[in-house]
Design a protein around this ligand. Structure first.
Ligand code: SF4
Length: 258
């Protein structure tokens, strides 16, 4: 492998979802999951902010179906629906061992640019030459930024895998040793933040189970209703949205950015 793999390319990572998420998309778009041959989780258009993306399914008959994420019952990536359990204990965000890593610039004004904007971290001189050659040739448009800027674009992911991980690792079974680079000094103190980390964890755990039950019993509404209710509770807690948000605001102070 050392001889054959010249460079590794990585993606900044929120978490990985299971294939059941695509099935859920198919259910919500009214198509047969077996007819899906391709998926684009995030279709952007220049006339809308990059964060207003759509999910798109490609079907075997050549048709395409799309739905805005905010109309999906599980349409909030950060809530953790169908998340791989390993991602709860991951301490990487920026593909740390890749020669080049690419991420989304989730910070203004870039997140309002409907075309989307990448941040790129190059860690190997040879790919760096390739990238600089491409910049000089006008094939890519990149400008130097500092580490602080890159950190700012991934603020939510870093919170989830620094403060959130420091909290989650305390729940592990005592027999399991978790060696992580996250200090316990980072533990959250705000009760609302703790509830957010707990709710993400529970959504990631129960979405698999409820969906499996829904498939087994052929009661799609079971998952769809559960997910709608859970997402609305989560968004109330995290973003003060809706009735649940007003109730949370009455009893819990706002714990800062999510
Ligand atoms: S383990 Fe970490 S890097 Fe891997 S998919 Fe999960 S969050 Fe991403």
């Amino acid at each position: 492998m050392r001889d054959r793999i010249a460079y590794t390319l990585g993606l900044f990572c929120g978490h990985m979802k299971s294939a059941r998420f695509v099935e859920s998309l198919a259910w919500q778009m009214g198509v047969d999951p077996d007819a899906v041959i391709g998926v684009d989780y995030r279709v952007k258009t220049p006339d809308r902010p990059a964060s207003w993306y759509r999910a798109r399914l490609y079907l075997a008959n050549g048709n395409i179906c799309e739905k805005d994420w905010w109309n999906l019952v599980d349409g909030d990536w950060g809530a953790g629906f169908f998340q791989n359990p390993a991602c709860n204990f991951c301490d990487d965000v920026v593909a740390e061992t890749a020669d080049i890593a690419f991420g989304d610039a989730w910070v203004e004004p870039y997140s309002s640019d409907g075309r989307g904007t990448n941040v790129v971290v190059v860690r190997n001189p040879e790919p760096e030459d390739i990238v600089e050659h491409a910049i000089r040739g006008g094939r890519v448009d990149l400008r130097p930024v500092g580490a602080g800027f890159v950190r700012e674009t991934q603020a939510a992911g870093l919170r989830q895998r620094r403060e959130g991980l420091a909290y989650r690792r305390r729940w592990r079974p005592p027999a399991i040793e978790l060696r992580k680079r996250v200090s316990s000094d980072l533990l959250p103190h705000d009760p609302r933040r703790k509830l957010i980390y707990r709710s993400r964890y529970l959504i990631s755990l129960w979405s698999h189970r409820v969906f499996a039950t829904s498939r087994w019993t052929r009661l799609r509404l079971l998952y769809l209703l559960w997910a709608r209710v859970v997402l609305s509770l989560y968004q109330g807690l995290a973003y003060s949205r809706g009735v649940s948000g007003r109730v949370c605001d009455m009893f819990l102070k706002n714990g800062g950015p999510r």
